[in-house]
Every structure is written in C-alpha cells, then in structure tokens.
Design a protein around this ligand. Structure first.
Ligand code: FAD
Length: 351
C-alpha cells in the first residue's frame, strides 16, 4: 500500500495532485473548506497559449497544452468530466501596427500551428474589429466548478481516499508526530502537501513565500444579438454559454480591501466590453476571487528545508488550467519518487 498523503486545499492544484497520487497507488486525504470564492471555483476556466498585450506565446506552451489534453482525456477521468469545451479564441487587432506585425508572425514556425490570420473584419455587424485579427486554435475553457465536483465524485469511488470538507488551522498540524487533529479524529500522515492557493501567503511552515494575492472579478451578461460561437478576447474576454449568456472577465488587482464584487470592477469591465461589441447587453451577475500570483508568473513547487515530508504546490496565478495538469504531475513524482524539481518552478529559486 502507498503512503498516506494529506493535501490541504481542494482547488485545481490540490484536486489534480490528488488525482495523480491516487492513480499512482497512494492513499490521499483531502481537507478543503470549499470556499465559494476560491479562485478555482470562480475562474473563467480559459486555457489559451497566446496572451498578454503583445500576443506572446506562453512559457512552455506546447508541453503544457499537450499535458492538458492528455490529462482531461484520461480514461479514468473522462467519463466523469462534462466540463471541457474546446473552442477557438478570436483576438481582434487593436491597430494597424498589430495587423502588420501578425502578417509575418503568423507564418513563423512556432506560431503557424497555433493561429489563423484573419485579414478582414469578422462578424462586423456585432464586433469592433476594423483590422481583422487572429484566431487562436488550440484553446478553450473548462467549467472549473463542475470539474472539481466531477473529480471529487471519482475520488469518492476510490477506497484509499478520505475527504474532510472543513477548515484547518495550522496549529492542528503536528509535524513532529506527523499527525493532524480534526475534532474527534487523529489523522497520521507520511506526507503533507499545502495547496491553499493565495492563502499560502500566511502559511507559517513556509514563511515569506512570495505569493501575491491578486483579485479578479467576472460578470455574467446576456446579449441576444451577439451569437458568438467562439471566445472573444479584446482586453476583456467573452465566453459563450447557453441561452445567449456569456462569462466575461477579468480584472486584475493587487491592492484590494475586500473580497466582494465592486462597482469599480463592473464599470471597468463594461467599459472594455463596449469597445469590443456593438450590440446591447444586460449584466446578470458578478463575482470575485483571489489568484495566487508570483513575481515571475511561474508556479511554486517545493519541499520544506528541514522536513522533507512537507510540501507546497501553489502560485498558479492566471493560468491554473494550463499549469495544473503538468505541475501536479511533477509534484506527485517529486513526492513519490523524490524526482528533482525543475529550477524554474522550485521554491529554492527565491533563495
Ligand atoms: C476571477 C478569476 C478568473 C480566473 N480565470 C482563469 C482562467 O480563465 N483560466 C485560468 O487558467 N485561470 C484562471 N484563474 C486563475 C485560477 O483560478 C487559479 O490559478 C487557480 O484556481 C488556483 O488554484 P489553487 O488550487 O492553487 O488555489 P484555490 O483555487 O484558491 O484553491 C485553494 C483551496 O484551498 C482551500 N483552503 C485554503 N486554506 C485552507 C484551510 N486552512 N483549510 C481548508 N481549506 C483551505 C480553499 O478553500 C480552496 O478550496 C482565474 C482566477 C480568478 C480569481
């Protein structure tokens, strides 16, 4: 029988790690307080490999995309997953200079398989896109709330899985005795892994962790005349749902005093929406969550310098969907086989 591994945090990081550990024959206990505004439960769920103001290919894009496809079509998991939507993204050019840049860039070997160059305006009746744009092909979105629910349903069919949907305080963890006290239960463990998202910034076992909580807000809108069958990305993104509804996001804010939705974020999002679409819309809902970002925008994987059975997986930032499958597997191999962690994502890079 494998080791007894406790994971604190059941967002994308903790759930994908639990999957990798269970399928590798380990025993997993997942403790999660199911915070409704955790990043993984509110995320728009987009995975896209050409991002940022300049439309740059994401770090490790090809490997991450390949791992994502393999992970979400895993024969064990796929019957449980109704949440995956492969859908192209249309990214209109903002100015003629961007059009000119992409005439060459779209033909380059590392971009050509990923994009389709649209020289002419597209769906001009409903979209502001006078210079055309690019379609980004190997992308889509995942309903992350549904994904976590579907994964948990599979976990609960596994004999070596235990689930505690409750909050844990750090003083309930005794590293010397390798045990967690949960009300009337004592949980001995061989390894413990912290996957607490942005709340890792207060983890006393890994003090001074460079996690920067970043608040994001999203809207749900209804726009009956828009009729998009692709994701639109123009400063904001719009993801088509059923019944003419769309999820749109997102804001990015490091300084915030509350985790609640704000009128400022709503105004910011609708300002950009009106620059992107020409038709009327109605806001139906708004919500917010906190991303665990890092100074170099890469995840943080690590093991405690004194306690080699205490680990950390966080820092997925704005790319939880792309980072999750690959880095949860890297972390599982590190825990089980002591495989070394790549320098680019290791906790050690922060000294
Ligand atoms: C508005 C918004 C939009 C986003 N859109 C996208 C997107 O389109 N694509 C994309 O790839 N990424 C997106 N992200 C980022 C993505 O959501 C994150 O990268 C990812 O969800 C982080 O996952 P995580 O598991 O590390 O953290 P979290 O999702 O924060 O999960 C941590 C879990 O640990 C639990 N927890 C923490 N401490 C304790 C404790 N002491 N006791 C018990 N439980 C605890 C929390 O309740 C939570 O369930 C978005 C984020 C936000 C906020």
């Amino acid at each position: 029988m494998g080791r007894q591994i406790v994971i604190l945090g059941g967002g994308i990081a903790g759930s994908l790690l639990a999957f990798n550990l269970l399928t590798a024959g380990q025993q997993v206990t997942l403790i999660d307080d199911v915070a409704p505004n955790s990043a993984s439960r509110v995320a728009a769920g987009l995975f896209n490999v050409i991002t940022g103001r300049f439309g740059t290919k994401t770090w490790m894009a090809d490997e991450l995309l390949q791992k994502l496809k393999i992970f979400y079509s895993h024969p064990t998991l796929s019957p449980y997953l109704q949440a995956m939507h492969y859908q192209k993204i249309y990214r209109p050019f903002k100015e003629i200079a961007e059009y000119n840049k992409w005439t060459g860039k779209a033909k380059q070997a590392d971009y050509a398989p990923l994009v389709n160059f649209r020289e002419q305006p597209y769906r001009e009746d409903v979209l502001h896109n006078p210079y055309g744009g690019i379609e980004i092909l190997p992308c889509g979105w995942i309903d992350t709330g549904a994904l976590l629910g579907d994964m948990l349903r599979w976990f609960q069919t596994q004999p070596h899985f235990r689930y505690y949907p409750r909050s844990l305080t750090y003083d309930q963890i005794d590293l010397h005795k390798k045990a967690i006290s949960l009300e009337d239960t004592r949980l001995p463990f061989d390894n413990v892994v912290f996957c607490e998202g942005h709340r890792a910034s207060n983890n006393p076992f890994f003090p001074s962790l460079p996690i920067i909580p970043n608040k994001g807000e999203l809207l749900k809108i209804e726009a009956p005349d828009l009729r998009l069958d692709f994701v639109l990305s123009r400063k904001i993104y719009l993801i088509p749902l059923a019944d003419h509804q769309y999820v749109m996001g997102s804001t990015y804010k490091k300084d915030f005093s509350s985790i609640s939705p704000t009128s400022e974020a709503r105004d910011e999002l609708t300002f950009h929406l009106e620059k992107a679409i020409k038709v009327s819309y109605r806001v139906l809902d708004q919500w917010a969550g906190i991303r665990p970002t890092t100074p170099d925008r890469r995840p943080i994987l690590g093991t405690h310098p004194q306690h080699d059975f205490v680990h950390l997986l966080t820092g997925f930032g704005t790319k939880g969907l792309l980072y999750g499958p690959h880095f949860s597997e890297v972390m599982a191999q590190h825990i089980i086989e002591r495989a070394p962690l790549p320098d680019t994502v290791s906790l050690m890079r922060f000294g």
